[in-house]
Write a protein that binds this ligand. Sequence first.
Ligand code: ADP
Ligand code: MG
Length: 482
Amino acid sequence: MTGLDHAVLEAYLGRTRWFGGKGRPFRVTDLRVLAEMPAAEHGPSVTVFLATVDYADEEGGRERYQVPLAGYGETEERIGHAYVGTAEIDGRARHLYDAVHDHDAMGLWLGGFVAAEQGGVAEIGGLRFHRVPGDQPLDPGLRPSPMTGEQSNSSVRFDDTAIMKVFRKVSTGVNPDIEIHEELTRGGSEHIAPLYGWVEADVDGEVLQLAMLQEFLRTATDGFDLAMGSVRTLLADPDPDIVGSGGDFAGEAARLGEALAGVHAMLRARFPAERRGEQETAELARAMTERLDRALRTVPELEPHAARLRAAYDAVAALGGLDVQRIHGDLHLGQTLRTSHGWRIVDFEGEPGRPFDERALPDSPWRDVAGMLRSFDYAPGVVEMAGAGADLEEDTLRADRAQEWSERARTHFVDAYVAALSAVDAAAPADADVEDSVARERRVLLDAYVADKAVYEVVYEKRNRPAWTAIPLKAVAAIGAD
Ligand SMILES: Nc1ncnc2c1ncn2[C@@H]1O[C@H](COP(=O)(O)OP(=O)(O)O)[C@@H](O)[C@H]1O
Ligand SMILES: [Mg+2]
């Protein structure tokens, strides 16, 4: 399939929720075909495009996006919401739709995984389907349906059995989401959705990883939604005692802390880990301080807290060393799912915006812990803001209770995380002095990472959602204040 006008695709990209360049001037400067799937009888023609996007603003830059399209001779009302445009192909007008929304098209991907068989590979139309050894047999009759929700990629579920994430922004090399899921699946982690397989294609002699298939967690509730529900329950409860109330998240937070400790322990065992020295530790503190300096230029409200933040970063430099390992890199409650079998962590793609090879570098696990702590602050912050009214006394009471919810969740999360890690590290020396210095190092790193994240959030909110700036600003005010 050729003949797809760049302008048609540009207009479509601007309408999708997954395109990262919305609001910026951009051009599709190259469009090539990665794969052409063999059409089923009465089915659409399906082509996987690779679109190169160049930005024309000061920041500039180039990104590549995967765009699978299904082409039909007639319009298809049922997927009208996924309409991309028309193109003349082989002398015939075709109506093009985003293939992720088309069950006939997605059935071809399922067919690829089925053909690969457990532990094998199948090549179809230019796509290579890989299956992990020992996964579940896949029924070719499973019905695909697209997932809805705010996502930076596009996910399709196959009944209650499997979920496929189609990566939108793609780069050559190993996708961390696939890499980490594969290792944790091999390790038998109970805290993830096991990987079933993935899809690749070659481009200019390099490999592009395009999609990933994993177990669909039937009973999953999004961690952030669950947390917000818990806060709402608390605020609606006339009983002032949070302990034992339906709106207490301490138990859930503790179990999530244990789950993260389990994931971190396995990542440390299965990927490179090391102790960083004085210079690199000072470098980390300097990077945090520089981020603060930049933030101060955008958000002068940070000024009253600057001295305490600098002190928190100086304390990192004074540590003279820190342990690093493979981490999640973009952890928050929205990357967790609560199932009837406990907490699972998803989306190991890491920090968006950084190249894959950088994301694979060892980093401090306290960055992940800090990400979760910030989430335990956002959930009540968002609920509280939505409910704020004209009654000042009432609002103060709500704010106090929301604060109590957050403090309890954070404390129980960290305590359970540390306890579970110590249980794994039973071989570590039980020397009291060593324990003291380890505990101090943890506190210093955690404070600094929380501060660094909150500063980032203040800038983000100020630019994108000014009314929300108060949430991270409150957290910044609490750093080193005791
Ligand atoms: N294995 C799964 N089972 C059920 N739902 C899932 C699973 N993995 C992800 N989800 C749902 O899809 C959402 C997006 O998944 P995620 O991997 O975070 O994608 P993205 O990279 O687009 O952020 C999750 O928040 C969750 O609601
Ligand atoms: Mg995600």
